[in-house]
Design a binder for this molecule. Structure first.
Ligand code: NDP
Length: 449
């Protein structure tokens, strides 16, 4: 028996039975339900209203064929997904991931987490997620466009500005969102804010590109200030990944006075003792769509190492995992602890395994869970939706200030919930509970659905 509460135990067992062979989804549900022990003890009405039974079951799950023609004229077939997890507090909202590892388990884990994250932002957004097992690596621009058009040719019937508003995630940036937006507009003959992360010339919001990485650092800085009376200033930071989240986390951490010494991709990592030169990273990743290895060939003093997991062996004060799920395991967490890490803040979704989280918490390492610390991306997407509805746009400074406010509020809401429910400073528990309470109250008020 993993749970003290028989109710939580039963719900968890049902999830495992009903969703066989979906380990990522089970992992995400288990972590969230573990936080709910004091909630179900204090509020028995959540059991009588079946709130937790309902919250772990997606409202809708769509799987579809995506057929497209490659540059050689050959027909390719991929699988598309969209999970519409919970709409109690707003239209479904969550990114689209294009990566060969995408499957129902990954989409459900991401969609489930998204519900609590979106609730934490304080904006009216329900939870959803989607994507495809399409691998964008090595594809031409024409192939990316034809895939995105084929994907949207099915997805369009399930989404809408007041129904479900997808955004980017791994493998989906401004280019892919542009192709999908164009196809939606063509099919529906409607110019509406149905996707976020759009280009600035057609309804995108300033700061959306930077938002997840910036927001991560705003959250981590507030956590350092309030829990350790400290900051990024003078700290050595290790970052994994070299995509959208990693790049802008690196930029903001550097602006806040830290020295970032690593970046990685799925092949390996670079170590630059002088601090990462972000102009070089942006040229390689954003302009040339190349590999992080090339950084070491262009910057003197930097070294490249094969194997992305090695990044956690680099000594640092702060670690920001920004690549993908389960990229930081127990052994790697122990290495970070032995090397004196003081804080870990998650930029990616579920990058730390349960063993890693337990070790950080036992060793008094400040730990910021993804659903709180990486909520800046979706928060700014919420601000993009708001600007689209108003047919107006805010300046960079206005959006950035709102983003910072939201991240600071998320930290305090998670911290206060951890205190109220008896484990002060446990932000995993605090974020799960703070996100959950708002959804649970809305579900109770709206009757059984
Ligand atoms: P990108 O596609 O821009 O970059 C992903 C980065 O992670 C790349 O460096 C990639 O390396 C690496 N990566 C991906 N899969 C793996 C893997 N299996 N093993 C090792 N490295 C891997 O994605 P984002 O930066 O947008 O997303 C990164 C993480 O942040 C994801 O977990 C995403 O869900 C999360 N996130 C993103 C948000 C956003 O606004 N973009 C918002 C909130 C969360 P390679 O090129 O070798 O694949």
């Amino acid at each position: 028996m993993s749970f003290k509460s028989a109710y939580l135990q039963r719900v968890y067992e049902d999830v495992v039975k009903r969703n066989p062979a979906e380990p990522e989804f089970h992992q995400a549900v288990k972590e969230v339900l573990e936080s709910f022990e004091p909630v179900v003890a204090k509020y028995p009405e959540y059991e009588t209203n079946g709130i937790i039974d309902r919250i772990v079951e997606p409202e809708r799950f769509v799987q579809f064929r995506v057929a497209w023609v490659d540059d050689a004229g050959k027909i390719q077939v991929n699988r598309g997904f969209r999970v519409q997890f919970n709409s109690a507090i707003g239209p479904y909202k969550g990114g689209l991931r294009l990566h060969p590892s995408v499957c129902s388990s990954v989409i459900k884990f991401l969609g489930f987490e998204q519900c609590f994250k979106n609730s934490l932002t304080g904006l009216p957004m329900g939870g959803g997620k989607g994507g495809s097992d399409f691998d964008p690596k090595g594809k031409s621009d024409g192939e990316i466009m034809r895939f995105c058009q084929a994907f949207m040719t099915e997805l369009y019937r399930h989404i809408g500005p007041d129904t479900d508003v997808p955004a980017g995630d791994i493998g989906v940036g401004a280019r892919e969102i542009g192709y999908m937006f164009g196809q939606y507009k063509r099919i529906r003959n409607e110019y509406v804010g149905v996707l976020t992360g759009k280009g600035l010339t057609f309804g995108g919001s300033l700061v959306r590109t930077q938002a997840t990485g910036y927001g991560l650092c705003y959250f981590a800085d507030e956590m350092l200030k309030c829990m350790k009376n400290d900051s990024f200033k003078g700290k050595t930071v290790v970052i994994s990944g070299s995509g959208n989240v990693a790049i802008y986390a690196c930029q903001k951490a550097t602006e806040l006075g830290a020295k970032v010494v690593t970046m990685s991709d799925s092949n390996g990592y670079v170590y630059d003792p002088n601090g990462i030169n972000l102009d070089v990273v942006k040229q390689i990743k954003e302009v040339e769509r190349g590999r992080i290895k090339e950084y070491a060939q262009r910057v003197s003093g930097a070294e490249y190492f094969d194997g992305c997991g090695g990044v956690w062996s680099v000594k640092c004060d702060i670690a920001l995992p920004c690549a993908t799920q389960n990229e930081l395991n127990g052994e790697q967490a122990q290495t970070l602890i032995n090397n004196g890490v003081m804080a870990v803040a998650e930029g990616a979704n579920m990058p730390s395994t349960p063993e890693a989280i337990e070790l950080f918490q036992k060793n008094n390492v400040l730990f910021a869970p993804a659903k709180a610390s990486n909520a800046g991306g979706v928060a700014t997407s919420g601000l993009e939706m708001c600007q689209n509805s108003m047919r107006y746009s805010w300046t960079f400074e206005e959006v950035d200030a709102k983003l910072k406010d939201i991240m600071v509020n998320i930290f305090h809401n998670a911290y206060n919930a951890s205190k109220e429910f008896g484990d002060e400073g446990n932000l995993v528990m605090g974020a799960n509970i703070a996100g959950f309470m708002k959804i649970a109250e809305a579900m109770k008020a709206q009757g059984v659905f």
